[in-house]
Design a protein around this ligand. Structure first.
Ligand SMILES: [Zn+2]
Ligand SMILES: [Zn+2]
Length: 393
């Protein structure tokens, strides 16, 4: 049986979350946040390394002789959003807000560090090394790769890595995971259509890129409907269209930006190929030209079956069988965690932040989103159970 003194021996997990919330910082600028995290880890007696991949922090708890190593990962960054929660601990950094709950993810991993350090002091529970990884810049999908490029996995070898993300709309404290792809990959594209602008009254003397751009946007709607295998999943969204025209002048250039999601690199390649073909040939058919840039922003997060069995066991121990799910449907959102899962056996699990209308039910990335403090002890207990299972004596 887990008690609150097991999961929060310092009694500081909620205050840590509020402190981190107040000092929200955006991607790669998380200097004060990283310093606060490092200070807490040191106060728990852990070895701490800082400045990995920018502001990344790794705390290490070495508690035995087995040599087995497990990592728990949290994310340091907030979003460039002006907070409107009215909370007493609202962000003091105007224009930066923890609107994705990364403050809560940090507090859960710090709480796990405190609980596991207390277990180690009492010489109970596990034999091995636990690393607490705090990465920068999850939101733009660059921080995990930055830490890996800076030698994270060479300097701090790990056998497995685990992470959590809070999910508004899922009842508070539920733990859902699945083997295989759990979060989609994200690609972005920009199509630049070039025509020849001119007077709005002389369409016969111009090549109108706006008409071409409009046809491209509509033709792109056929890619998922007609080219992607219906059993696979994909999204293709055009998200912005700008021109250099004026009310009475036909533009020369149209720029279309967009975002695609998928669970399979082959589908990602198919989307890229169809976007390039449709843009190029539609423009050519009307006497214009089109250039396409296509970038891969987030890889798919793919859960390892064995690590998912560990996660499911820990979830079951933490919240009981009626509040966990080991084969939840994947979601179309994207996560930087996939970069670790590409290299190390990994599991990513979703923790309910509160159903709609309840505390924690406001969607992620909203200016009035709130992380639900009630789920902090559940996240801490879950991580502790994962580590105990992985590093069982
Ligand atoms: Zn986010
Ligand atoms: Zn997030």
């Amino acid at each position: 049986m887990t008690t609150s003194s097991d999961t929060d021996p310092t009694g500081q997990v909620v205050p840590w979350r509020h402190l981190l919330h107040e000092i929200a910082e955006t991607a790669f600028d998380e200097h004060r946040t990283a310093a606060a995290v490092a200070e807490i880890l040191r106060s728990l007696g852990l070895d701490v390394a800082t400045g990995i991949g920018g502001t990344g922090v790794v705390g290490t708890l070495d508690r035995g002789r087995s040599g087995r190593t497990i990592a728990l990962r949290a994310d340091l960054d907030g979003l460039p959003i002006h907070e409107r929660t009215g909370l007493p601990y609202a962000s003091r950094h105007d224009g930066s807000m923890h609107a994705c709950g990364h403050d809560g993810h940090m507090a859960m991993v710090l709480g796990a560090a405190a609980a596991l350090a207390a277990d180690a002091a009492a010489d109970s529970g596990a034999d091995g090394i636990v690393r607490f990884v705090f990465q920068p810049a999850e939101e733009p999908g660059r921080g995990a790769e930055a830490m890996i490029a800076d030698g994270l996995l060479d300097r701090f070898p790990i056998d497995a890595i685990f992470g959590l993300h809070n999910i508004p709309g899922l009842p508070a404290g539920r733990l859902h995971t699945r083997s295989g792809a759990i979060m989609a990959g994200e690609d972005n594209f920009t199509i630049t259509v070039t025509g020849r602008g001119g007077h709005a009254s002389t369409p016969h003397l111009v090549v109108d890129p706006l008409v071409i751009g409009a046809q491209i946007v509509l033709a792109l709607q056929t890619v998922v409907a007609r080219s992607v295998d219906p059993i696979a999943s994909a999204v293709l969204s055009c998200t912005n269209l700008t021109t250099d025209g004026a009310r009475n002048a036909i533009p020369t250039t149209v720029r279309i930006t967009g975002d695609t999601r998928n669970f399979d690199p082959a589908v990602s390649d198919l989307l890229e190929g169809r976007i390039r073909e449709i843009a190029r040939h539609t423009a050519l058919a009307h006497g214009g030209s089109a250039e396409v840039t296509y970038t891969r922003e987030f890889g798919t997060t793919v859960n390892d079956p064995e690590m998912t069995a560990v996660a499911a066991h820990a979830a079951h121990r933490t919240v009981g069988d009626r509040r966990c799910e080991a084969d939840t449907p994947p979601i179309m959102g994207s996560e930087d965690f996939g970069r670790y899962a590409d290299r190390v056996p990994a599991n990513f699990t979703l923790i309910g932040n509160g159903a709609g209308g309840e505390v924690g039910g406001v969607p992620l990335h909203s200016h009035d989103y709130t992380f639900n403090d009630a789920i902090l002890p559940i996240g801490v207990a879950y991580y502790r159970n994962v580590v105990h299972r992985m590093l069982a004596e």
